[in-house]
Design a protein around this ligand. Sequence first.
Ligand code: FAQ
Length: 310
Amino acid sequence: MTATVSLEEHFEHTIERDQRIEPRDWVPEGYRKTMIRQIAQHAHSEIIGMQPEGNWITRAPSLRRKAILLAKVQDEAGHGLYLYSAAATLGADRADLTDKLINGKQKYSSIFNYPTLTFADVGVIGWLVDGAAICNQVPLCRSSYGPYARAMIRICKEESFHQRQGYELLMTMMKGTDQQREMVQEAVNRWWWPSLMMFGPPDADSPNTAQSMAWKIKRHTNDELRQRFVDMSVPQAEALGVTFPDPDLKWNAARGHYDFGAVDWDEFKNVLKGNGPCNASRIAHRRRAHEDGAWVREAAVAHAEKKERK
Ligand SMILES: CC(C)(COP(=O)(O)OP(=O)(O)OC[C@H]1O[C@@H](n2cnc3c(N)ncnc32)[C@H](O)[C@@H]1OP(=O)(O)O)[C@@H](O)C(=O)NCCC(=O)NCCSC(=O)Cc1ccccc1
């Protein structure tokens, strides 16, 4: 009993002093569950997030664009793997997490349930989706769980490269033909609102924020980060020469922020329920890849056993 209290105190003090919790440390069950939930959802997002852009690898318009896109999609696989490893330090089993993903028991980001219809989508995903990811993840480099916070540092560096490649791709298209400029604007129109949904439900409807902030897992609320993203994106859109599909978007000098229109939270909930345009195909694709890869996992286990016997 005394030992449990002192372990609990150690946990509380570590959080209070803004130090990191490490895998060997005792944590409350709720902390472990929340951390596994968030890290697993993040890992699944990186892995499912390979699909929308992967759709364009064989159709990239030049060798240079193809090489960049391949590198980006490979980075996303790497991020997924770091994150599954971080979840493993909390006792989660990677095979079990994959099962939960393909059986719809764990979530991945809503954003990856939208289709990539033109090559401009590759640029807009880099600019807005990676941009939103960076905005959300830079503060997570100070998340209280050490292995997650450290994974975030490298992931954020790579996401910054992803964001820049997207913006550079769009800049190139905007200097092209009228048709290319229209393609960029059309892609921005489709991705803007889903990008704002990446930050999660409004604070008033976010069941996890208060506890995650108290545990310093999250450093800012969903609405704070959404506002930060809007504020940084508007000047970038102006420099690019595109507009966002929101008539209520305007500078509010009194607040020192941009006001923006209401997000369609019914659409968000519907996507979370599995009814987005691509939910079924994303999971079917992931399931097929997992099943097709069974022989590789079996061979790896057989090889490890053989080595051990020797
Ligand atoms: C902010 C939030 C996402 C949600 O805050 P929380 O405190 O955790 O939850 P909250 O109480 O506010 O919400 C209530 C419920 O709603 C769920 N939900 C909320 N929002 C979403 C959503 N958008 N989609 C789906 N579900 C969402 C939430 O899980 C919870 O459900 P649960 O209770 O589990 O059933 C947080 O988990 C976080 O910062 N995660 C780390 C970052 C991360 O995962 N980034 C991934 C994308 S970036 C990337 O992949 C890089 C890339 C770029 C380009 C290409 C490829 C890859």
